[in-house]
Design a binder for this molecule. Structure first.
Ligand code: HDE
Length: 689
């Protein structure tokens, strides 16, 4: 196996070259049936007379229609809506001290990966920007076999035992009697589940927070959630939790915007990912690990096997051990995103499981679900699932077998074939399960150490900035406000009084419910700064700005601003009233990207209102709403020359935070810098809207 066994095709070609390649691949090819017979006609079925009945004999029609009739497979029960992308992973330095996993040893090795991002609750065609957790599933095609890190963008889960998963999913999916609502938890059954299963309180806090509405897949964290084990060459094990940290920081939409985007562009997140890579960009995350020595298992005030608990980074630091670079779009969504089969049980030597009861249940569920979804036990032969290293065993036959296994021997042990393929020793790379000592009575019980449901929900709340807290309150009022049962609403208020009395009072106020009578003290000093998005990375790179122009704009001004934005890695779309070109006062032309009709304010991170008397006069009507909406979503807005008047008209101010203006050309250098900084800020929450 070569050191760099990266899969081919990593964005080496421009889009035009790629199209040309597809053209060349198909050049001169004749259409055939699936049996290889050349087809003479593909638009008319075979009939007895031009107006006569269609004949059964038409094998080409039958084959074409039969294939079409079977072109769908069952969507995933959860995480049905997803999108995949290729890339590679490189470790920073050998991790030999902690794990024997080969792909974590040599910094020069690029291990190919395929990542599938997803929402959880919605069907395959649902909106990308709904309030939900996001799946973040990574398949590492390592030299020792496939390793799958099947995580979410939230570090904890709703439940502690896998046996409750079907109940949880039945509760958040559309209600069975009327199949509503789609891709939303704002309904009775979900909140009834929450109220009656208090272990869900911590994750509910996360989904009601801004983490539930990410700005982009490129701007969210990923977590393995469960506690796993690292095992080194000497057999020493440590408990480990996995983190993905986005290089662009963690950023979110505002709820009003998220809802509008779901209508304006259902594909918002997949488009963002696809276009970033099509435009030659890359998407990067650092892999982090938190490790706890086996001897320290009981030193914490939470059970480290409990999947509703995180390990606060301030107590157990995250060690950044490598970087994942996503840089190649898939070629075919069905073949890759739809057919990829992840499984938390796909591990490599050096990575092992813990007794987390949620993890253990997943180890059964994922293969089981693929059997029905992909139609049999040979799904590992589908190209996207195939390991890059050789694989051999005695498992022949079954639906859709691709390999033609030769010879009479399909059993072990044997002498006819020298006992090959034979098991490998640990030294030869054979996977040996960590020899944890286990004993106990067979019981259907949960450990008492799993019974603290609220401390970390409280930790999360305490760690939020005032704006983040406000967003959580509003999310509760929206979600539970859609619940019809007054009783369930009251139960939710009472439950969250255990997290924070003020939070519960605000929810009660929004719902017209009875505020909690027990005014519990909340320990504000207990907080984890790493949990707040207020402390995240801020950069202008890859942000998208809408440039509002019409004929007669100031050519020099716009050119200078566009150059500065490009320099900062920001993408600028030219928005005008019609497609084609717009011409400046001094005759410069700009190609229009989209019109006020075909795009929308909510699809951009920032707005730039170009100067030019004629330009602002003509765009005024359409641009006013556009600017106003960006203003009310706390976005950076830049305006120069006459653009400043239009901004004042649309936003009612030019002074609020995140509004950047330039009176004349001489002021542009300062303007550009300030505007770019304002864009990097992501949102200007202290604006009065
Ligand atoms: Fe999953 N989960 N899950 N899950 N999950 C599935 O597997 C399941 C859980 C996660 O992009 C299914 O292939 C059980 C936690 C992701 O293809 C299914 C339990 C976490 C994806 C399944 C959990 C996840 C899935 C549906 C409780 C975060 C999408 C289709 C014990 C660590 C993978 C499929 C992709 C998908 C079962 C809980 C993440 C039904 C039983 C916790 C990212 O097998």
């Amino acid at each position: 196996m070569s050191k760099d066994h990266e899969r081919k095709g990593v964005n080496e070609h421009s889009k035009d070259e790629q199209l040309e390649q597809y053209r060349m691949d198909n050049r001169g090819k004749k259409m055939t049936t699936n049996q290889g017979l050349r087809v003479s006609e593909d638009e008319h079925s075979l009939k007895a007379g031009v107006r006569g009945p269609t004949l059964m004999e038409d094998f080409h029609f039958r084959e074409k229609m039969t294939h079409f009739d079977h072109e769908r497979i069952p969507e995933r029960i959860v995480h049905a809506r997803g999108y995949g992308v290729h890339g590679y992973f490189q470790v920073y330095e050998p991790m030999t001290e902690f794990t024997r996993a080969k792909f974590l040893q040599d910094p020069s090795v690029k291990t190919p990966v395929f990542v599938r991002f997803s929402t959880v609750a919605g069907s395959k065609g649902s909106g990308d920007t709904v309030r939900d957790a996001r799946g973040f599933a990574t398949k590492f095609y390592t030299e020792e076999g496939n390793y799958d890190l099947v995580g979410n963008n939230i570090p904890v889960f709703f439940i502690q035992d896998a046996i409750k998963f079907p109940d949880l999913v039945h509760a958040f999916k559309p209600e069975p009697h009327n199949e509503m609502p789609q891709a939303a938890t704002a309904h009775d059954t979900f909140w009834d589940f929450v109220a009656n299963n208090p272990e869900s309180a911590h994750m509910v806090m996360w989904t009601m927070s801004d983490r539930g509405i990410p700005r982009s897949y490129r701007m969210m964290e990923g977590f393995g959630v469960h506690t796993f084990r690292f095992v080194n060459e000497q057999g020493k094990a440590r408990f480990v939790k996995f983190h993905w940290k986005p290089v662009l920081g963690v950023h979110s939409l505002v709820w009003d915007e998220a809802q509008k985007i779901a209508g304006k562009d259902t594909d918002f997140h997949r488009r963002d990912l696809w276009e970033t890579i099509e435009n030659g960009g890359i998407v990067e995350y650092e892999l982090g690990v938190q490790m706890i020595d086996e001897e320290d298992e009981f030193k914490f005030d939470f059970d480290i096997l409990d999947p509703t608990k995180l390990w606060p980074e301030e107590i157990v630091p995250v060690k950044l051990i490598g970087k994942m670079t996503l840089n190649r779009n898939q070629d075919n969504v069905f073949a890759e995103t739809e057919q990829v089969a992840f499984h938390p049980g796909n591990v490599v030597p050096g990575i092992d499981f813990s007794n987390d009861p949620l993890l253990q249940g997943r180890l059964f569920s994922y293969t089981d679900t693929q059997l029905i979804r992909l139609g049999g036990p040979n799904f590992h032969e589908i190209p996207i699932n195939r390991p890059v290293c050789p694989f051999h065993n005695n498992q022949y036959d079954g639906y859709h077998r691709m390999t033609i296994n030769k010879g009479p021997v399909a059993y072990h042990k044997n002498s006819l074939q020298n006992n090959d393929p034979s098991p490998a020793t640990e030294e030869e790379g054979g996977y040996v399960h960590y020899q944890e000592k286990v004993e106990g009575r067979k019981v259907r019980q949960r450990s008492e150490s799993f019974e603290d449901y609220f401390s970390q929900a409280k930790l999360f709340w305490n760690s939020m900035s005032p704006v983040e807290k406000q967003h959580i309150i509003s999310a509760f009022c929206f979600e539970v406000g859609k619940v019809k049962s007054k009783d369930v609403q009251q139960q939710v208020v009472d439950l969250f009084a255990n997290v924070d009395a003020t939070l519960a009072e605000h929810i009660a106020e929004g719902l017209g419910a009875t505020p909690p009578d027990k005014n519990k003290e909340s320990n504000e000093s207990f907080h984890s700064p790493a949990l707040s998005q207020a402390n995240t990375v801020k950069t202008p790179v890859s942000r998208q700005v809408a440039v509002l122009v019409e004929n007669g704009f100031h050519g020099d001004e716009v050119q200078q601003v566009l150059d500065a934005l490009k320099q900062a890695g920001i993408r600028a779309d030219i928005i005008s009233q019609t497609l084609g070109t717009v011409t400046s006062e001094d005759g410069r032309e700009l190609e229009v990207t989209a019109t006020f009709l075909t795009t929308d304010s909510v699809l951009y991170d920032a707005v730039y209102v170009a100067g030019g008397k004629q330009s602002t006069a003509q765009t005024q009507k359409a641009a006013k709403g556009f600017i106003n909406e960006a203003y009310s979503h706390y976005k950076a807005i830049g305006a120069a020359n006459e653009g400043v008047e239009l901004l004042a008209l649309a936003a009612g101010s030019t002074e609020e935070p995140g509004l950047v203006t330039a009176k004349d050309e001489k002021d542009l250098a300062r303007f550009n810098q300030a505007f770019i900084e304002a864009i990097a800020e992501h949102r200007h929450w202290n604006r009065q809207v």
